[in-house]
Design a protein around this ligand. Structure first.
Ligand SMILES: *Cc1c(COP(=O)(O)O)cnc(C)c1O
Length: 380
């Protein structure tokens, strides 16, 4: 089946008892057993198994072209569980522009348990290979990155890692692109991680995370950790995510159409120094973005000529774009990463420019969005 059909049907059968077309919210913590140690259809306890979560997990596997999917209470809970596959003394090589919360978890939590992390610019696969250490067990990529929208050639990195004697696991955070734009498993990644809070949910009403893969052994290890560590989403959240995913492809097309329009317009604005959008010819990895991604996505970052002060004024001056963290919802959002989402990177190798503004282009009418940015830039 094609992606659009999978988004609506993968993992979801009409309810066998009533024919209910939408997956029921199985708001239950436990399940009556048929005899001692005889759970019905494998359902024992909702941390381990829940039918609403199962529908979501199977849907995620379908969308990413995986063999299995696992849902978590947040994107960072998914990340945390993936890192729990490693042991003290292992090294993780990550992109030097990963999400601020990912960096904070690596740096402030996992490092205390004896894991080692280093960061490189992954846009050149050579850098990745050169930075591998004998104890490197995992390579953590984000593409496009948050917030600098750098694009890494996933296939090139995967092929280079396959030739390396270490064969570290390749994990790709696919939050910004979504499986509609790019499917890392098909390009050679071992695991895909998502913050479902963003485009998959799509309506800014739920926090969630996911891990998807093909290898059965990895799937078993992660399912064990999902249950052993327990960071699972509740059935109501799983239902909201299933509902959001049904319109993913329609939303992503509109996000991208408007974002390309706005990015081009911003590029011509006298107060804007630089616009970063993967589908603009001025983007340094524009070529690979056009091949790897179905469209440019809904995120734009831009640098103001007037520095931090101008960035703050634009972000505080919009009326339709809401000044808020997060992204990927139907409504447009604006923020200053250095002072908000990426505050944890200040002073580190991952620090972002203070004059950077990040916008998440929603699906309102593009003319209204352009007019809003125009009046906010006039104030700045
Ligand atoms: C938001 C985000 C995360 C973290 O997800 P939460 O659901 O907020 O825990 C991870 N990676 C990227 C790229 C993100 O944007």
């Amino acid at each position: 089946m094609k992606f659009e059909t999978l988004a609506i049907h993968a993992g979801q059968e009409p309810d066998p008892i009533t024919g209910a077309v939408m997956t029921p919210i199985y708001q239950t913590s436990t399940y009556m057993q048929d005899g001692v140690g005889k759970p019905r259809n494998g359902y024992e306890y909702s941390r381990t198994q829940n039918p609403t979560r199962k529908a979501l997990q199977d849907c995620l596997a379908g969308l990413e072209g995986g063999a299995w999917g696992l849902a978590f209470a947040s994107g960072l809970a998914a990340t945390n569980t993936v890192i729990q596959m490693l042991a003290s003394g292992d090294h993780v090589l990550a992109g030097n522009d990963v999400y601020g919360g990912t960096f904070r978890q690596f740096d402030k939590v996992h490092r205390r348990f004896g894991l080692e992390f280093s960061y490189v610019d992954t846009t050149d696969p050579e850098n990745v290979i050169e930075a591998l250490q004998p104890n490197t067990k995992m390579v953590w990529l984000e593409t496009p990155t948050n917030p600098l929208l750098s694009v890494t050639d996933i296939r090139a990195v995967a092929e280079a890692l396959n030739l390396h004697p270490n064969k570290p696991l390749l994990v790709v955070d696919n939050t910004f692109a979504t499986p509609y734009l790019q499917r890392p498993l098909e390009l050679g990644a071992d695991l895909v991680v998502h913050s479902m809070t963003k485009y998959l949910g799509g309506h800014s009403d739920v926090v969630g995370g996911a891990v998807v893969g093909r290898d059965a052994t990895l799937g078993e290890k992660l399912a064990f950790l999902q249950n052993a560590s327990g960071a699972v989403p509740g059935p109501q959240d799983c239902f909201l995510l299933l509902r959001g995913i049904k319109t993913l492809h329609v939303r992503m097309d509109r996000h991208a159409e408007s974002a390309l329009n706005i990015a081009g317009w911003l590029e011509g604005h006298p107060k804007v120094e630089k616009v970063i959008y993967p589908y603009l010819p001025s983007h340094p990895q524009h070529g690979i973005a056009r091949v790897q991604m179905k469209n440019g996505g809904g995120m734009i970052s831009f640098i103001m000529k007037g520095g931090r002060e101008a960035a703050v004024k634009v972000a505080e001056g919009t009326r339709i774009f809401a000044l808020a963290e997060s992204l990927g919802g139907v409504e447009s959002l604006i923020e200053v990463p250095a002072a908000m989402t990426h505050l944890s990177t200040v002073g580190s190798q991952l620090e972002v420019p203070p004059s950077l503004v990040r916008i998440s282009v929603g699906i309102e009418h593009v003319d209204d969005l352009l007019a809003d940015l125009e009046q906010a830039l006039a104030i700045a």
